[in-house]
Design a protein around this ligand. Structure first.
Ligand code: FAD
Length: 509
């Protein structure tokens, strides 16, 4: 049995790889996934469909988005996002540990790759619902991230798999890859489990796009540390890290940050693994508009440190480290109307309302708040700090679409941790709280690849026949992450890997 290209994983990276292999000349392309068909799309299905790319502002994006009328366009403020911006965001958030060549390869190919996906009928839209606020009659985009896909990850995977079908890519589900075939130091295929037996399939090139180890609680504890067994998995239960082991068996080099991951503020009542109906709606990213308190009634992060896109990927861990591994997000009536509807709408999350902070504390006492007096005191002190800052800066205006500088720090009163932007008093009833926990998204450690060809590297150079894309790639993200980079990275390196296999780089790399 022979295929020109075998891709492992039906998520965004694998889909892009298979599509690219096919259109670049591979005749027979096989995509295998260990999940059943009703889990198709891996974590990709669970995403918000947000893609971070380099662009020159609104005019540049209008040709690829499907949800902006000429009249609407007149009322949009959308800054360009340059190559330097994107690279700096990756470098800044990774503590300058990101592999610069890998980062540059992602950034430099991000725009072109999204054009390519749009050409394959992926329905891109401007992300009004998640990345823009209405300020003074204008829709203002913030945080370097403006693009998403209609119907989020569900829309993305549907479009990519439609394209795969039309291109004639064969897909086998319930088919885990358990081993790589090697001949003369070249990867020549895979061994899979299929219909109860073991099957060897030869191939001109193998592309691993099988996700990280986020859904494997043992590996989480081994690499991320004690306590990570309690994290809820935001997406697919099938990303258990098996393909790292089989790649290592053929000499693949492991690189990057194996001790941290992407994890975010997640609905405490969400299931232990991702749910195909609500998917990303369990995310609770409204904390920049309010504050977060732990079971002891204390704040523990700077909720306004930066735009949500630059903090959310490490706040899951911050919550995991709190007593009991949970926290409460709190707002007053002023903010309730601008929380993301998909995350805080009726029926999406349990919302706890009260007309006084003391009454709210009492209600939260029934679901884990251990120190109600401290909870009230924290909010009282927070309000005093906000008021003091306002008194010293009377001309500053609250604006969620820019880093407005409204903080809890002033000459007379400063909080630790501070709230550095968007600090508004919590004093107008009704008050609302939501209980959150840590949801793990994906892991950062992975395989070393050649940024140009996506070939997997050993200590001595590229492993002929083996390529990698998506969450399995190591070295790009460390400790934190600019929102929307995962899908872009998966698409960029998936597309490169597919092209490399079809161009025979498998043998020549
Ligand atoms: C809730 C949520 C929201 C997110 N939102 C965004 C967003 O809006 N924007 C963004 O950029 N990123 C987002 N991400 C991150 C994004 O999902 C990932 O970066 C990206 O989808 C990973 O793609 P992938 O193809 O590498 O992995 P996946 O899409 O997870 O695909 C991996 C596939 O490999 C299969 N597999 C695993 N092991 C084997 C094996 N041994 N044999 C065969 N198959 C195997 C799995 O079943 C799975 O289907 C989000 C993630 C989650 C969970």
């Amino acid at each position: 049995m022979y295929y020109d290209c075998i891709v492992v994983g039906s998520g965004n990276a694998g889909s892009c790889a298979a599509l690219s292999a096919k259109e670049n000349g591979c005749q027979k392309v096989l995509l295998v996934d260990k999940c059943s068909p009703d889990w198709v799309g891996g974590n990709g299905y669970f995403t918000a469909g947000a893609f971070r790319i380099v662009h020159n502002g609104l005019e540049d994006l209008l040709p690829i988005v499907q949800n902006v009328t000429p009249e609407q366009a007149k009322h949009i403020d959308l800054d360009p996002y340059s190559r330097e911006d994107f690279i700096e965001d990756i470098m800044r958030l990774s503590g300058r540990r990101s592999d610069p060549t890998l980062a540059a390869s992602l950034v430099d190919n991000s725009r072109d790759t999204v054009d390519w996906l749009a050409g394959h009928q992926v329905p891109f839209i401007l992300s009004f619902h998640r990345q823009a606020y209405e300020v003074g009659g204008r829709r203002k985009f913030w945080g370097g991230l403006v693009l998403s896909v209609e119907d989020g990850g569900k829309g993305l995977i549907a479009a990519e798999h439609k394209a795969l079908k039309e291109a004639g890519v064969e897909i086998w589900f319930d088919c885990p890859v358990v081993k790589l075939l090697v001949q003369d130091n070249t990867v020549t295929g895979v061994v899979v489990h299929k219909d109860g037996s073991e099957l060897s399939i030869e191939s001109g090139g193998v592309i691993l796009a099988a996700g990280g180890f986020e859904a494997n609680s043992k590996l989480r504890v081994a690499h991320l540390g004690m306590g990570w067994e309690k994290a809820k998995v935001r997406g697919t239960p099938f990303n258990t890290g098996d393909c790292f082991a089989i790649a290592k068996d053929v000499g693949a080099k492991l690189v990057g940050d194996w001790a941290s991951c992407h994890s975010t503020t997640w609905d405490f009542n969400a299931p232990e693994i991702g749910a195909r109906n609500l998917t990303n709606q369990f995310t609770k990213s409204g904390y920049p508009l309010g504050i977060m308190l732990n079971a002891n009634g204390k704040r523990f992060v700077d909720e306004g440190e930066d735009y949500r896109n630059y903090t959310y990927a490490r706040f899951g861990k911050a919550i995991l480290l709190q007593s009991g591994g949970f926290a409460f997000q709190v707002w007053d009536a002023k903010m309730l109307g601008i929380l993301r509807k998909e995350e805080y709408g009726d029926g999406v999350v349990e919302k706890i309302f009260a007309d006084t902070i003391e009454a709210l504390a009492h209600k939260l006492g029934e679901i884990g708040l251990t120190d109600q007096a401290q909870f009230a005191k924290t909010i009282q002190t927070y309000n005093a700090a906000v008021a003091q800052h306002k008194m010293e800066n009377p001309d500053w205006n609250w604006d969620p679409a820019v880093k407005d500088g409204l903080s809890t720090q002033s000459s007379h009163l400063s909080l630790s941790p501070p709230k550095s932007h968007w600090a508004e008093s919590i004093d107008k009833p009704p008050f609302m709280a939501v209980k959150v926990c840590c949801g793990i998204t994906f892991t950062f450690g992975g395989l070393a690849i050649d940024p140009a060809s996506a070939a997997v590297l050993s200590e001595s150079g590229p492993i002929p026949g083996l390529f990698c894309a998506g969450e399995m790639v190591g070295g790009l993200f460390h400790n934190n992450y600019p929102g929307g980079s995962g899908l872009s990275a998966g698409a960029v390196f998936g597309r490169k890997a597919g092209a490399s296999v079809s161009q025979g780089k498998a043998m020549t790399a």
